[in-house]
Design a protein around this ligand. Structure first.
Ligand code: A3D
Length: 318
């Protein structure tokens, strides 16, 4: 039997997720949205491309949680995206309310699902989702690090004229302006980026500019689009996580996971490398960080904690 992926939110990312999942023949797709027409319309439109693209999955749209029952994976994008000039944190109040509703909708209908959250502000919303739903922490995870790392790798590849698949890097911490590009773990064609600086292949200043562009990568797109935020790369990143879980690939991927002592921090979600397999988050990988990286990671986690404290003031049940 085909696996079942429910997409809560059938907006820009939701629709792109559905399309990518169908093209990969990964699973049947249920698109759920409070705007049921959008969910139904997008499901039908993508389904009508199956003769052209040759995929064989079932797609449907709904605004009834009963139709999402027993999903293997749930990917949540329900919420409001940024407008130009807004930070992700500005979305807290409105998206917190939406995520509470979603948690109520999924917790009893799909208690065994692997739940991937994409709604911003990411780390705080995924933490709230886990608390509201009481679903197991290793099955509730946030998508951000794959996207941030992918942006960084793309910018490096453009700068150094090296194909993206020859570059390895991680961007960790919270999905905000304090995210941390792990330069100590960044390799270009097998060489450490720090060695490339020593050899004069890239200056420290230029690398700092690329790191800064990565941190502001989402805002750069929001500014161009004027309405809405990035959706192609975020959707591709979400699908990679879902695929890794469904196919038990056990890849190491940077994701927002619940930390319980790892990286010297407790009871908070933040971006770290994890192994995803059929058990959900099977392991949190602890990288050796330089003292600078440690300090920046701590600052980033502190800003997530501050924002979660702000969330607790909005909803004291958290
Ligand atoms: P958009 O195209 O507006 O889609 C959101 C959808 O959510 C709309 O179709 C709404 O009708 C729907 N919705 C609203 N309330 C509910 C509800 N209670 N239940 C079900 N559906 C609801 O936004 P988008 O797809 O561009 O972005 C979705 C979210 O992802 C936003 O919060 C963005 O900020 C966030 N986002 C995160 C990243 C990360 O890397 C973490 C990247 C890009 C966007």
């Amino acid at each position: 039997m085909k696996k079942k992926i429910t997409l809560i939110g059938a907006g820009q990312i939701g629709g792109t997720l559905a399309h990518l999942i169908a093209l990969k023949d990964l699973a049947d797709v249920v698109l759920f949205d409070v705007a049921a027409g959008i969910a139904k319309g997008k499901a039908l439109d993508i389904a009508q491309s199956s003769p052209v693209n040759g995929f064989n999955v079932n797609l449907s749209g709904t605004d009834d949680y009963e139709d999402t029952k027993n999903s293997d994976v749930i990917i949540i994008t329900a919420g409001v995206p940024r407008k130009p000039g807004m930070t992700r944190d500005d979305l807290l109040g409105i998206n917190l309310k939406i995520i509470k509703e979603v948690a109520e909708g999924i917790k009893n209908t799909s208690p065994n699902a692997f739940v991937i959250c994409i709604t911003n502000p990411l780390d705080v919303i995924v933490m709230a989702l886990q608390k509201y739903s009481s679903l197991p922490k290793n099955k509730v995870i946030g998508m951000a690090g794959i996207l941030d790392s992918s942006r960084f790798i793309y910018f490096l590849s453009q700068e150094l004229k090296v194909p993206v698949d020859k570059i390895k890097s991680f961007v960790l911490g919270g999905h905000g302006d304090s995210m941390v590009a792990m330069l100590g773990s960044t390799e270009v064609d097998g060489q450490k980026i720090t060695d490339l600086i020593k050899e004069g292949k890239i200056s420290k200043e230029r690398l700092d500019q690329i790191v800064d562009r990565t941190k502001k990568g989402g805002a750069e797109i929001v500014k161009y689009l004027e309405k809405g935020s990035a959706f192609y790369a975020p959707a591709a990143s979400g699908v990679e996580m879902a695929e890794c879980y469904l196919k038990d690939l056990k890849k190491q991927l940077p994701c927002a996971a619940h930390l319980d002592g790892e990286y010297g921090t407790k009871d908070i979600y933040a971006g770290v490398p994890v192994i995803i397999g059929s058990g959900g988050v099977e392991k949190i990988v602890e990288l050796q960080l330089s003292s600078d990286e440690k300090e920046n990671f701590k600052k980033s986690v502190d800003s997530v904690r501050d924002l979660f404290n702000a969330a607790k003031k909005i909803d004291t049940s958290l």
